[in-house]
Design a protein around this ligand. Structure first.
Ligand SMILES: Cc1ncc(COP(=O)(O)O)c(C=O)c1O
Length: 373
């Protein structure tokens, strides 16, 4: 397979571990092993201490699948498949698509959500979100117009990376009704779910709402454990899951045994971990609002509704790419330019999940005049 470079990941590969301030990370401040083990119940600690480092059950540890299933209303443990999140996108697209198929995907977006489809010979229509006065909005009429007789798959990602947008329940219902009317699979990337700033706005998982819905989630963002490389698919479409499990024999076969056990501990402590991460995000959001209000001549702040990222717009004659490059060179501070999402409009992505967010914003603010430029 020939596939275009993943621009965001290449950007991170160049700078993530070299810069002093990472203002663009999409994950939450990672938990340490000690912090996580301190949350373990005695039974999980026994499993951890006696853990054999052999191959593991290919679809995932049965106890982990049980914990994953608890996150949904009607998903059974055997309606889940555990693997790394990015791996699951690759597997799902390979299983669902053939050359000549048509796919519609939210845009801007995490590149693999549409790039793998294109590499497989599918045609992709990018369903663009647009900024409005209170944040971001979806154009449901445009979605409906994009559906063709060749459309097989609709890919959505809410809470959305990079905008932090969250549709209303009514909008999600409309999306599902369209998918159902046209017998489309609906791949719903829910990696940032459970990080809604207002819990009343949390949407049910697509896995619970739609028989051809496939939800992707994992421990990397909302659970602050990206290094475990644990994610999952949840779906009532058992035939799809069986094909995905068979495809996994060509990727990793099975998951890392320590990661699976730590995943069980994390999901058993989910309320505590989510509360910790939301507290960090809420505090950072307040700082971001102050910062962008103070620099309203330089940036247009577009409020996120959920998750750990936002996508403000740079109001400047300087391009986002040049601005981010200057900040890297002068301040050793990394911000992602909207270019890595192939999205125009001079946006930058900022990450709200890290503890040194305020310090990093302070460093950015020191550029004063240049920011306003
Ligand atoms: C929307 C979205 N989906 C999937 C992933 C992949 O997660 P992971 O890096 O843990 O494989 C990411 C990571 O940034 C993401 O933002």
């Amino acid at each position: 397979m020939q596939i275009t470079d993943f621009k965001l990941e290449r950007y991170f590969a160049a700078y993530e571990f070299k810069v002093r301030y990472l203002l663009s990370a999409s994950d939450c401040e990672a938990l340490t092993l000690a912090e996580l083990l301190a949350m373990a119940d005695p039974a999980a600690l026994d499993l951890w201490r006696g853990l054999s480092l052999g191959y593991t059950e290919s679809p995932g540890h049965p106890l982990l699948r049980e914990e994953v299933a608890r996150l949904y209303n009607g998903i059974a443990p055997d309606e889940t498949l555990i693997a790394a999140p990015e791996e699951l996108i690759f597997i799902a697209m390979n299983v669902l698509l053939a050359p000549g198929d048509h796919v519609i995907a939210t845009f801007p977006g995490y590149q693999s959500l549409y790039e793998v489809a294109e590499a497989l010979g599918a045609a992709v229509t990018r369903w663009a979100l647009a900024p409005n006065s209170s944040g971001w909005q979806l154009d449901l009429a445009a979605l409906e117009r994009s559906i063709t007789p060749r459309t097989r798959l609709l890919v959505i990602n809410f809470p959305h990376n990079p905008t932090g947008h969250l549709p209303t329940a009514a909008e999600l219902d409309t999306i599902i009704a369209l998918a159902r009317r046209h017998s489309l699979h609906l791949f719903s990337d829910e990696m940032y779910r459970l990080l809604e700033y207002d819990p009343a706005e949390r949407l049910p998982s697509v896995a619970d709402l739609y028989e051809r819905g496939i939800a992707l989630s994992g421990l990397s963002k909302s659970f602050a454990l990206p290094g475990l490389r644990i994610g999952w698919l949840a779906s009532h479409d058992r035939a799809f899951l069986a094909r995905a499990a068979a495809f996994k024999d060509y990727t990793t076969i099975c998951n890392s045994a320590p990661s699976e056990l730590l995943g069980i501990v994390a999901l058993r402590s989910r309320e505590r971990i989510l509360a910790r991460n939301l507290a960090i995000i809420r505090a950072n959001l307040a700082l971001a609002e102050q910062f962008f209000a103070a620099h309203r001549g330089a940036f247009r702040w577009l409020s996120p509704r959920a998750g750990s990222v936002a996508f403000p717009q740079l109001i400047s004659t300087t391009s986002a790419a040049d601005f981010c490059r200057d900040v890297l060179d002068e301040k050793s501070l990394m911000i992602l330019p909207g270019d890595v999402f192939d999205f125009g409009g001079n946006h930058v992505r900022i990450g709200l999940g890290r503890r040194n967010f305020g310090e990093a914003l302070g460093v950015l603010g020191e550029r004063g005049g240049t920011v306003e430029g």
